[in-house]
Ligand binder design. Sequence first.
Ligand SMILES: Cc1cc2nc3c(=O)[nH]c(=O)nc-3n(C[C@H](O)[C@H](O)[C@H](O)COP(=O)(O)OP(=O)(O)OC[C@H]3O[C@@H](n4cnc5c(N)ncnc54)[C@H](O)[C@@H]3O)c2cc1C
Length: 391
Amino acid sequence: MPDVDVLVVGAGPAGAVAALEAKRSAPQLDVLLLERDRAVGAPVRCAEGVGNAGLREFADPDGAPWVARKITRVIFVAPDDTEVKVAERDVGWILDRTRFDAYLAADAGAAGVELLVGTEASGMRHDADGRWEVAVRSGGSADTYRAKVVIAADGVEAMVGRWAGLDSRVPARDMESCVQYVVQGIDFDPDAIYLQFGDQIAPGGYAWVFPKAPGIANVGLGMVALKSDGRNARQYLDDWIARRYPRGARTGYTVGGVIAHTTIKKTYTNGVLVAGDAAHMINPLSGGGIVNAMKAGRLAGRTAAAAIREGDTSARRLAAYHQAWMDLLGEDHLKYYRIKQALEELDDDFFNGLARTVNKIPREKRSLGRIFAHALVKHPQLIPVAARYFV
Ligand SMILES: Cc1cc2nc3c(=O)[nH]c(=O)nc-3n(C[C@H](O)[C@H](O)[C@H](O)COP(=O)(O)OP(=O)(O)OC[C@H]3O[C@@H](n4cnc5c(N)ncnc54)[C@H](O)[C@@H]3O)c2cc1C
């Protein structure tokens, strides 16, 4: 049975960064990264948008081959199609995730991580020495690896944390169904992302246009099935596209789940750390999880390496990872989740009214902070939302 020090399951952003950071922190350790799909980064189940500052903590996007588009504007669209343009600045980037995920995994490989693609973890159990034995399938063959620490970075359909006895259940109201087309031959501002809200458009979520190039965009939506009027997510999206871009050619299609919840109560146990979507580390307001996954992966990789060096991979030692994550972003997510719940109580009329009020603020002064402050004055029903945010 091959022995490794750190075994990372899943080569998405969380897993690739976790493996890289574990190896960087302790180059003498054997770090193995497993990816079930036949190619890292494919198929893409993502709108591929990331914030500028967060991305730059991990990679330089200027001129990078894994970038599709630089974004300098955000346009919020109210349910009645009123557009609110927010002040221009370095907002973020639309990635080419097939290339980006492969770039991260290649970086880990260059640092000495062993990467196996087309290789799936299929179960695990504790052995008599307290190590994890991870069963692995690849093509027709099966193997078992023994690891001191397993990092579960297996995404939204995560199983590894459950095998280790961790609770990762999600209330149905916080599970968003997402669908997306790549649409070509359409007219929009290629430097902006568009986000549209509305009960008839994407109940419990929002619809988006994320430019890949002039005339080509990821056009999708996320919604809560429990709030549907009977249509499924694809029907909502087809209706929205038929209205906005009737002549666009749909050249790609993807579906996926986004967990708009808060971090699982316990992201660690003896010899196991859970990172990224597998630990529900997505921002519950925006649904963005790429940068969060990388930040969690960095913490997990470093914690695993330090724990192994100290010869203590017990739950007590690994709890430091959970605390570090909660300090970094987990506590903020609890606040964002409360805002999300409060916003759910507001209806389309409210958002239409807010859009019109906000459009009276001069465009260069229209930052998110000002929009929020203005909204409080003009729409007193928002005050409980703000109160809940700051409590
Ligand atoms: C439609 C849609 C749009 C989105 N848009 C955005 C966006 O614009 N911006 C943003 O920041 N986030 C977005 N997200 C969320 C984002 O995609 C995730 O938060 C991010 O990919 C999480 O990274 P991860 O490494 O935790 O998981 P993943 O990227 O899902 O990676 C997990 C990997 O583990 C592998 N795996 C799973 N099980 C096993 C196993 N047993 N053995 C081996 N390998 C396994 C999977 O194949 C996968 O490659 C979107 C999600 C969806 C569904």
